[in-house]
Design a binder for this molecule. Sequence first.
Ligand code: ARG
Length: 590
Amino acid sequence: MQKFLDMISQDMMQAFEEAGYDPALGRVTVSNRPDLAEYQCNGAMAGAKKYHKAPFMIAGDVAKILQDKSSTFSQVDVVKPGFLNLKVSESFLKDYLQQMSGEDRFGMELPEKPTKIVLDYGGPNVAKPLHVGHLRSAVIGEAVKRICRYHGEEVIGDIHLGDWGLQMGLVITEVSKRNPDLPYFDPSFTGEYPAEAPFTVSELEEIYPFASAKSKEDPEYYAEAMEATHRLQSGDRGMRALWEKIIEVSVADMKKNYEKLNVSFDLWWGESTVNDTIPAMVDKMKEDGFAHESAGALVVDVAEETDSKELPPCMILKSDGAALYTTTDLATIWEREKQFAPDQMIYITDKRQELHFTQVFRCARKTGIIRPETELRHIGFGTMNGKDGKPFKTRAGGVMRLQTLIEDINTEMLGKIKSNEEIPEEEARDTAAKVALAALKYGDLSNQASKDYVFDLERFTSFEGDTGPYILYTIVRIKSILAKYADQGGEAVSASDLLPAAGKLEKSLMFDLAGFSAMMDGAYQDLAPHRICAYIYQLSNDFNSFYHATRILTEEDAARKKSWIALLELTEQVLLTCIHVLGFDSPERM
Ligand code: ARG
């Protein structure tokens, strides 16, 4: 189904053509003078030169045709020097909504052929607790995944676990200090290693920061951790077995946390997944003449003549032969290419990793480990700051753990929900969790991803303003009116009950709804969840204005009442679809 603006533009284009002008001039846009018109067309001005004619006359010719027979526009005014100011006919708008209600995805068209996308997001590190820096990647990534899927694309979401670096060696070293008798550290051990992990998650979370701090003060300890990392990466049986336990315990905990965030992955590949493919990739890069030695390390030059800033070479192996973050990323690209041959790979990380991805992408292209047509995109997001404008910290000044942050928001929300005493305890908890998630996600997603934003608990959890709870409050309000209508014995309605708008506020609401597919398509083109937020904020505002001005349930004209109920149902469906795509749900009441 055509987008609303395309459909009304088409009518205008036809009128230009009939009047003897280039139809391309008939593009319609939203009016920038909403006090005068709903839409406008500036084509007459653009055509003046070509046709050696005053724009006012061209506009007049076009207006005459439309005034005579258009069923799209109820009003066409020519304004000097040659603007066409337009109002859309209420019944045309109503027809459009009826049609979109009857179609899948409200009439948004599927692509001819889906784009196959590998989406790399989340990126947590094993054995390190999730912190708020990982929050944005998970929240934005999940929304981007759902936007692409809603748009009809095929998406494989991959978490790209950090499970292979020095942090593993640090944990292993510290475990060996605390429990030297474990069989993992006995080189002569040939039996089966214990099924149970020698630590719990909380122990693991304490072990890593401890070991990391210690390694910074104690060079010997650091050397031991490097050695353990090296042994792990070269396949030492005991190290591998212990490493598996670390992964097992850590991943189980991550899954719980992500579930709470409504975030899920199709693939749980990690940096370790490609360990065995690294040697072949490095050989290939050497044989093809791309990788060369530089100060003992192996590098690929990625600078280009047109660069305005100097781009350092991409390091493939350190001088001790160890692989790096870049190496595992490159090998992962190679592996994804072989297994999925995707059209695109999209990465969602902190924008401070931009240089890394520029190097990796250039290196991948240059060395031919991807097909030339595979598109590589990096979406870099800004920092989540505290109210002081500095990166968000705990009150004590430490790194805020994701779990703590979620608990804080939940507690705040629970307090608010419980002030409504009608809601029983268990429902209150469930509702608070839903609203808290909306507060957290909307607070993040409503900003353009590349920008830093301030995490403001009070603002994010407010039921008023541009917040997640406000959107949910609006949905809950609609649900409550629909429930009351049903209680009154109101008949079921459908989109065919819709009538042309009776007033201005109702018409604005209808315009918002008609703009759904254009908005969603735009959110996909730009991979921009904030566009959906802006849309539902406006939709909610327009709905609430309409609601405050309209006595829906006491309306005596039965047909009018049914029309409004149908309009409410459509508004509810559109809002629910949008929040689902953003990755949160609505409670029944709040
Ligand atoms: N583990 C990394 C970090 O914590 C993020 C991984 C992002 N994805 C990637 N393919 N490099 O910074």
